[in-house]
Design a protein around this ligand. Structure first.
Ligand SMILES: Nc1nc2c(ncn2[C@@H]2O[C@H](COP(=O)(O)OP(=O)(O)OP(=O)(O)O)[C@@H](O)[C@H]2O)c(=O)[nH]1
Ligand SMILES: [Zn+2]
Length: 180
């Protein structure tokens, strides 16, 4: 990937041999590898069997999980917060794994809707809860730094599965607890 970045520097009108840019192709390649590392992770390694048994079935919420991703249309960042809720049916997931699942799907080229769905369906597939709700609020640099240049708009996406979809009271409890 280093050569691609060196070519890019030339194409945008820069001199890749000037002092400040000598290590830039290397650094940029490393940064891009980090930002897209989700492609090279296995979901089962991310979750690492951190599934535990519970007796009760009260709603569990982890909110304000920060996320950074890249929009697949412009390869520019979008960033914001993810809120996750679920009602277990015998099994819960280690709490850090919720944030790891968000990163696993965020660290790649994405659209916000797909990211939201992937987080929700992964939780559904992993612990088979009664229901899952995922809300993502994010700002897209492709709408801020360029294009339509709107600085204050925020895209909100949601994925409601199981009882979060079928039961308005469950969905409303979730939305209330995440402050929506
Ligand atoms: N639904 C959705 N759209 C996105 C996301 N990220 C970027 N986009 C949009 O993808 C669209 C691509 O539209 P095009 O008209 O092909 O590209 P463009 O000419 O660069 O569009 P502008 O951004 O309007 O200048 C734009 O409307 C972006 O705002 C996302 O996560 N979800
Ligand atoms: Zn974009």
């Amino acid at each position: 990937m280093n050569n691609l970045y060196k070519d890019m520097l030339v194409k945008i009108g820069e001199d890749p041999d000037r002092e400040g840019l000598l290590d830039t192709p290397d650094r940029a390649a490393k940064a891009m590898a980090f930002l897209t590392k989700g492609y090279h992770q296995k979901l089962e390694d991310v979750i690492n069997n951190a599934v535990f048994t519970v007796e009760d079935n009260h709603m569990i919420i982890v909110k304000d999980i920060e996320l950074y991703s890249l929009c697949e249309h412009h390869m520019l960042p979008f960033f914001g917060k993810c809120h996750i809720g679920y009602i277990p049916e015998g099994k819960v997931l280690g709490v850090s794994k919720l944030a790891r699942i968000v990163d696993h799907f965020a660290r790649r080229l994405q659209i916000q809707e797909r990211l939201t769905n992937q987080v929700a369906t992964t939780l559904m597939d992993t612990v088979a809860p009664e229901g899952v709700g995922v809300v993502i609020e994010a700002q897209h640099l492709c709408m801020m730094m360029r294009g339509v240049e709107k600085q204050n708009s925020c895209m909100v996406t949601s994925a409601m599965l199981g009882s979060f979809r079928s039961e308005p009271s469950t969905r409303n409890e979730f939305l209330k607890l995440i402050g929506k």
